[in-house]
Design a protein around this ligand. Structure first.
Ligand SMILES: Cc1cc2nc3c(=O)[nH]c(=O)nc-3n(C[C@H](O)[C@H](O)[C@H](O)COP(=O)(O)OP(=O)(O)OC[C@H]3O[C@@H](n4cnc5c(N)ncnc54)[C@H](O)[C@@H]3O)c2cc1C
Length: 383
């Protein structure tokens, strides 16, 4: 029996499992065993966490994997190599093909006090920890210390505007970024919408600043400015799992470079998908650390792992279409299309689109629809 190991049960890993199982079924390759290893028993719908941690953001893995005959191994991975995977308890799992899909974590900048006193909206546990802290604060008394969000890109903007919705009109909220303009990295097409949304939500943007110190009740900025703070939340970008360090040929942001079939360049028998890897999305653009890339990368990596074992031609990965939907609080979101982020929808229409994406499109099929419907949803037969 040949073995495919999938390391990680997030968007890339789960979609890889469903796609590998569909390909195995369609190729009548019933002697291929597929195992998914994850430290978490659930898929965490990370893009929704800016709303606060809620149970519907956790999708149990076991029932879905049972429905498609994929073995679930609930373990924390300590190391991976081209021949084996080692769990934290020392169990070695060998494989014929492996799909790396251990995802990413929020990259905390090396600010003194940041790791001890800072919060992140990253996985469920960290978000629930922030929620518990927020629930103890009284933010609505005049002059109460502020809430600070560090990083005014996609996640920071969603977190800051959602805090306004969650904490009410009187909380003092600052959004701080080293760049001069809020959302600068998202491109000029969004600048005005973001500025208007921050003004409406009375969120004070401080640009061109970095934090030099964080304590339990204060942040200090490079200019020397001190701000009393009840919570400091870092939304300072994502870094790939440290488990891929030392492997393959990493890009400047630490992600492993993947070829057009999503094989890890420089490793044997290994595919990559999601935030741990970077691949060409089209002739000029690379994949981003996002669900909209993690899911289709998982589909192609899962399919190719099976085809590779069978000695068949592999499928090329391509994702030329690109869209974003940025929540800006108060029933407002901006939906953009294309790599230049042309605004296609905003306001309540944008918010309806965001709800559709967050509550439907990024969820896997439910196990009760049955194996064949799961396979057709993930890998339509004609593709
Ligand atoms: C706050 C926030 C907002 C976001 N908003 C958006 C958005 O609006 N749109 C969008 O497209 N993307 C968004 N993203 C990014 C998106 O969530 C990620 O790109 C996506 O989750 C990547 O999928 P993945 O499978 O690569 O990694 P993950 O979903 O992170 O999954 C990684 C998996 O690996 C497992 N794992 C990790 N380490 C180990 C280990 N040592 N042992 C065993 N298992 C391990 C984890 O348990 C998990 O199952 C957001 C992310 C965050 C944090």
């Amino acid at each position: 029996m040949s073995k495919i190991l999938i390391a990680g049960g997030g968007f890339a890993g789960l979609w890889a499992a469903m796609s590998a199982a569909a390909t195995r079924h369609r190729q009548n390759a019933h002697d291929i065993g597929i195992t998914l290893v994850s430290k978490d028993t659930h898929l965490c719908v990370r893009p929704r966490l800016y709303e606060g941690a809620r149970p519907e953001m956790l999708v149990p893995l076991q029932p879905l994997l049972d429905a498609i005959d994929v073995t679930f191994e609930h373990s924390r991975i300590a190391a991976v190599s081209s021949t084996a995977l080692r769990t934290e308890t020392g169990v070695m799992m060998d494989h014929d093909r492996m799909i790396l899909a251990m995802g990413s974590h929020v990259a905390m900048p090396p600010v003194p006090g940041g790791a001890e006193h800072g919060f992140v909206v990253d996985a469920y546990k960290e978000t629930a920890h922030l929620d518990a802290h927020l629930s103890k604060l009284n933010t609505n008394i005049p002059g109460a210390p502020a809430l600070i969000v560090v990083g005014a890109s996609f996640s920071g903007l969603e977190i800051a505007t959602s805090l306004r919705d969650r904490l009410g009109p009187d909380a003092t909220i600052y959004l701080i970024d080293q760049q001069d303009v809020a959302g600068q990295s998202l491109g000029a097409s969004l600048t005005q919408e973001i500025k208007s949304a921050l003004d409406r939500a009375n969120i004070q943007f401080i640009g061109g600043e970095i934090l030099t110190q964080v304590t339990a009740d204060q942040v200090v900025l490079r200019s020397g400015r001190e701000i009393d703070a009840q919570a400091t939340i870092f939304a300072t970008g994502l870094r790939p799992s440290p488990l891929v360090k030392g492997m393959g040929r990493p890009a400047s942001d630490g992600r492993l470079q993947l070829d057009r079939n999503l094989k890890v360049i420089g490793e044997i028998g290994m595919f990559g998908a999601g935030d741990i890897g970077i691949a060409a999305a089209d002739d000029t653009h690379k994949t981003l650390m996002s669900c909209q890339h993690a899911m289709p990368m998982g589909v192609v990596a899962g399919q190719n792992a099976v085809l590779d074992l069978l000695g068949h031609d592999l499928r090329d990965f391509a994702q030329p279409d690109y869209a974003t939907c940025l929540s800006l609080g108060m029933s407002n979101a901006v939906f953009t299309q294309g790599w230049d982020r042309t605004i296609a929808m905003k306001g309540t229409d944008g918010a309806a689109m965001k709800a559709q994406i967050n509550e439907k499109w990024i969820y896997p099929p439910t196990p009760d629809v049955g194996r064949d419907a799961i396979f057709d949803a993930i890998l339509p037969s004609q593709s």
